[in-house]
Write a protein that binds this ligand. Structure first.
Ligand code: AMP
Ligand code: MG
Length: 404
């Protein structure tokens, strides 16, 4: 059966991305609420930033032609930040502070540390050159330029940049509404006692954290029993409420694995075995037109498949234009003796020993062990059909980069 074939990660991702249609429409939100959202419109600079030439230091503004070494210049005015200065009087200096506007006519600022204050005025103990210590009007953003393009994900620095242009409300793509369905008769919620055969529902919480980090709205979060009917009913309900349904577990070929079967029967199933380690069983399909991403059940596999496969897909649907990560090339401090047909994402950590930076792997890479991911600060890639010896260059992605 075709499903027995493993789908290479690249191919699966490419197929997922072609189906990742960005959400339509936009909403306008206050700047205070736009962190992590994606700009729905280009933003051109309405007026120069900064709006006027201003001083980069605390000191004295002057006209370079009035500067004579060792001879005092009278101080004729004082311009605190926030005040509009008068034009400078010829043959004088003006006391000025960081961020104060440069008085008309002045063309340099001397740092106060280079100045001696005498009864007759200031004596400058340094060279003075035109333009020195002046931050030019428009040096950050020039009127009419494209400041931020549609598709930009807003980080703290973009929030600040929008504020610097005086923009208080921004049009952003809608939030992606996601339903989380954990599957498994063995699952119980933390906070209750375990009976024999039971385990705590781990994936629900990993996924809640991941979806919060990726700025999604969780509209439904349920635990599904292992039955065809329950799976079908809840999948359909989730599909009617969400833009994306994420399930965990139930996508292997076991007889209690109903997610895959329901998708095959009542929806659509595009791919379901990925050449990735951890995380081979992965389903992508749809039910009643809503995409469903069926992640594996094992907790470390959930984390890895979400980071590697789900995030680029989610980013694209959120309207982001940049949803790829580049990683870093670093020497491995571990070895992988047997080559696999699957691409392995090793829970790893960047370590510094003196001048040397290398990537260490958690010794136990079992897909059920989440402690490995808590020890790690990223994922190292072991390509398909490849062994690794210490010192070999490998690609490493930090969790911070993957979560963007
Ligand atoms: P499955 O694909 O449903 O057979 O699940 C694979 C493994 O992951 C089994 O050992 C499950 O018990 C475990 N598992 C599935 N879902 C969860 C969950 N939400 N939290 C913790 N472990 C899970
Ligand atoms: Mg199960």
């Amino acid at each position: 059966m075709a499903g027995q074939q493993l789908t290479p990660v690249e191919e699966a991702l490419a197929r997922l991305l072609t189906q990742a249609t960005p959400l339509t429409g936009s909403e306008t939100v206050p700047l205070t609420e736009c962190l992590g959202r994606v700009l729905a419109e280009d933003h051109h600079v309405p007026a120069d930033v900064p709006p006027a030439d201003n001083s980069a230091v605390d000191g004295y503004a002057l006209r370079t032609q009035d500067f004579v070494p060792d001879s005092p210049l009278a101080v004729s005015a004082r311009v605190p930040a926030g005040q509009a200065p008068a034009a400078i009087e010829a043959g004088t200096a003006v006391r000025i502070f960081t961020g104060s506007e440069i008085p008309e006519g002045a063309n340099a600022v001397v740092m106060q540390e280079r100045v001696e204050v005498t009864d007759a005025g200031i004596v400058i103990r340094a060279d003075v050159s035109e333009g020195q210590n002046i931050r030019r009007r428009g040096q950050d953003l020039s009127q009419g330029d494209l400041a931020l393009a549609r598709g930009t994900r807003l980080r703290p620095q973009e929030m600040g940049l929008l504020a610097s242009m005086g923009i208080a409300r921004v049009p952003v793509f809608p939030r992606l509404k996601v339903a989380i369905l954990s599957t498994g008769d063995e699952l119980v919620e933390p906070g209750t006692a375990l009976n024999p055969g039971q385990i705590y529902n781990t994936n629900r919480f990993t996924l809640l954290g991941l979806l919060a980090e990726t700025c999604c709205d969780v509209v439904l979060c349920e635990t599904l029993r292992d039955s065809r009917e329950a799976t079908q009913t809840t999948l359909k309900r989730a599909a009617s409420e969400a833009d994306l349904v994420i399930t965990s577990g139930g996508v292997s070929v076991g007889e209690e694995d109903h997610v895959r079967a329901v998708l095959e029967e009542s929806g659509e199933l595009s791919l379901w075995r990925l050449a990735i380690k951890p995380g081979k069983p992965l389903a992508f399909g749809s039910i009643d037109g809503t995409p469903v991403l069926g992640l594996p059940g094992n907790p470390a596999a959930v984390l890895v498949t979400f980071l590697v496969v789900a995030i680029p897909y989610i980013r694209k649907r959120q309207g982001a234009s940049d949803y790829r990560v580049s990683g870093e090339q670093l020497p491995a401090a571990f070895k992988v003796n047997s080559a696999s047909v699957r691409r392995e994402f090793v829970r790893a950590r960047k370590e510094t020993h003196g001048q040397r930076v290398e990537v260490a792997a958690y010794p136990n890479q079992s897909s059920g062990m989440l402690s490995s991911a808590c020890w790690a600060d990223g994922l190292a890639v072991v390509p398909e059909h490849t062994t690794v010896s210490p010192g070999d260059m490998i690609t490493y992605y930090s969790f911070a980069e993957l979560l963007g």
